[in-house]
Design a protein around this ligand. Structure first.
Ligand code: FMN
Length: 217
């Protein structure tokens, strides 16, 4: 597969089949993803994989968790301004339209959001952590790693959804994974085979035109 095909064919998938994914394939994709560039070659990503049995254990632990709940970080800036706010609103409305969930149906919207916390039924996933001492430059390195992973997964016939929603459930994630104290959670990554019968997977997100964000001097 050409890189440009992987880029155009990738989209965030929010309904997965239960078809298993092998640990060997995940290892291969992760090792290749670590070829991503990072400033100073710091390679700041720290990855914890859930697959098959460990996924089942994690979901059970999550559902029976009654410890502290906290937010690892603020996902968006407070009072998100235009045009960023508009993009966020639009993708949400487009997604709920495909799902047939009206704006007034708060319970329906909440139920869909809660599907994040089942990895949208994906059989495999990982959590991406980073050392708390790292700053914005190293966080951008995580993005390079994650995008590389998503494209390689696409090439391997898998689908993905990056999930920062997990930052809102850092308590149970940390309790299950027990990562070293110096690590903080960035996001999850749902991995598996897409369910082609689910309309939510037809969501095609917009992109702003080049002239909105690139300046040729
Ligand atoms: C770091 C990151 C975190 C994300 N977190 C979530 C999430 O928690 N839940 C979700 O449904 N989508 C999440 N997304 C998917 C975005 O909504 C999606 O990438 C965006 O709308 C563009 O759509 P596309 O990925 O289909 O091109 C995340 C994407 C990224 C890159």
């Amino acid at each position: 597969m050409k890189v440009s095909d992987a880029i155009t064919q990738r989209s965030s998938i929010r309904a997965f089949l239960d078809t298993p994914v092998s640990d060997e394939l995940l290892k291969d994709l992760l090792e290749k993803s670590a070829r991503a560039a990072s400033g100073g070659n710091l390679q700041p990503w720290r990855i914890f994989v859930l697959n098959g049995e460990s996924m089942e254990r994690f979901i059970r632990a999550l559902n029976s968790y009654n410890g502290e709940e906290y937010q690892e970080y603020d996902i968006y800036p407070p009072n998100l301004k235009s045009p960023y706010r508009d993009s966020r609103f639009k993708i949400g409305e487009d997604m709920y339209a495909l799902l047939g969930i009206e704006r007034e149906d708060k319970q329906g919207r909440y139920a869909h959001l809660a599907r994040n916390f089942k990895f949208f039924d994906a059989p495999a996933a990982f959590f991406c952590f980073v050392d708390k001492c790292m700053g914005p430059p190293q966080w951008s390195d995580l993005g390079m790693f994650l995008q590389t992973f998503m494209l390689l997964a696409q090439e391997a016939g898998l689908s993905t959804c990056a999930q920062e929603a997990w930052a809102n459930r850092a308590g149970p994630v940390r309790a299950f994974i027990q990562p070293p104290e110096e690590l903080m959670l960035f996001c999850g990554m749902a991995i598996g085979h897409k369910d082609p019968t689910k309309p939510v997977n037809d969501l095609k997100s917009d992109r702003a035109p080049l002239s909105d964000w690139a300046t040729f001097l």
